[in-house]
Design a protein around this ligand. Structure first.
Ligand code: VAH
Length: 320
């Protein structure tokens, strides 16, 4: 049985749908700290679990005889800068609880997401290597860097089968993301449809690694279903698909909404974005367990706009 912690979140919710489809609703337990995504809550088995409460996690693991945990609960980069100690506590306590349950053999397999946020201003920004200088300058990035160290330590010392991916910015339409710096790449599509214009909180040339949600979910399934011996890196794998700037994304949107206008008003998130790489080298993921992305920026723009136009037109008709 599979437990998803943070199942109401941007990635957690889509991982829940995918894993339920793969393994059957009865074998996937979705959990979160609140009922913040009613579609997830009402579409399968759901439990309220505080990821920082070891006993609560352990009780859920034993109640459903869980053997695999996807730990998707975290405080992201932008919010983490507002509440540093809350970000540290949530991101680290939850990881230790899951790693210790695995060390004690209550669970067999763990997925834990890292991020390009592990890289900092001194990291090479072009084709950032798998092994390189990492001096993250955000609390979120610090939790991801130290989390990677602990994952590798628990694997080497206690034979814990924990697997991890350094996600880039992820673009999706099913849920609104919460508190990230790359969220502009989701917000822009909503505003393009509702207002035909968007004020971007990053400047036009801020190039960042990005990925469509379907690619991110596929990569997660691929690494978790790979033979243990092919998952050679147990800190976290660089994972990449495409990179683009707000200017380039706006161009792609104008291919579908010709009069779409974008303005730029960088805020505190500009400094966070400037500390991250522009492009990532994910050759280890491609060679070790066959990673291959599918969605280009054109595919993403097409899919996001068609899905969100459906979503907004249905809400408009409903509200009539
Ligand atoms: C964030 N979406 O912006 C997350 C992610 C690489 C970005 O970690 O914080």
């Amino acid at each position: 049985k599979i437990l998803i912690i943070g199942a109401c979140g941007q990635i957690g919710s889509e991982l829940t749908y995918k894993l339920r489809a793969m393994y059957g609703d009865k074998n996937v337990i979705a959990s979160d700290i609140s009922y913040s995504n009613l579609d997830i809550v009402n579409s399968g088995i759901f439990e309220i679990v505080d990821a920082q409460d070891y006993a609560a996690v352990k009780i859920c693991v034993e109640k459903y005889r869980i053997n695999t945990v996807y730990l998707m609960a975290a405080m992201l980069s932008a919010t983490g800068e507002k509440y540093p100690m809350k970000a540290w506590d949530l991101n680290m306590n939850s990881l230790f609880h899951v790693l210790n349950l695995a060390k004690a053999k209550f669970i067999k397999k763990v997925f834990w997401p890292s991020s390009i946020a592990v890289f900092g201003p001194t990291t090479p920004k072009e084709n950032t290597p798998q092994f390189t200088v990492m001096e993250p300058s955000t609390v979120y990035g610090i939790t991801k860097q130290v989390g990677e160290r602990w994952c590798e330590y628990y694997h080497n010392k206690y034979d814990v089968d924990v697997r991890s991916l350094r996600y880039p910015g992820i673009i999706s339409y099913k849920t609104l993301p919460g508190g990230g710096t790359t969220d502009y790449a989701v917000d822009i599509f909503h505003k393009a449809i509702t207002d035909k214009n968007y004020e971007c909180f990053l400047n036009e040339n801020t190039e960042l690694p990005m990925m469509f949600m379907e690619d991110a979910i596929q990569a997660t399934v691929d690494i978790m279903t790979a033979e243990a011996k092919s998952v050679k890196i147990r800190s976290s794998y660089n994972l990449s698909a495409i990179s683009f700037t707000p200017k380039e994304l706006a161009e792609s949107i104008r291919g579908y909404i010709p009069d779409f206008k974008i303005t730029y008003n960088p805020d505190y998130r500009q400094e966070i974005a400037d500390s991250w790489p522009k492009r990532i080298d994910d050759s280890f993921a491609r060679q070790d367990w066959g990673w291959q992305h599918k969605f280009s920026i054109e595919d993403i723009a097409k899919e996001m706009i068609s899905q969100l136009q459906k979503k907004y037109s249905s809400t408009v008709t409903n509200s009539k």
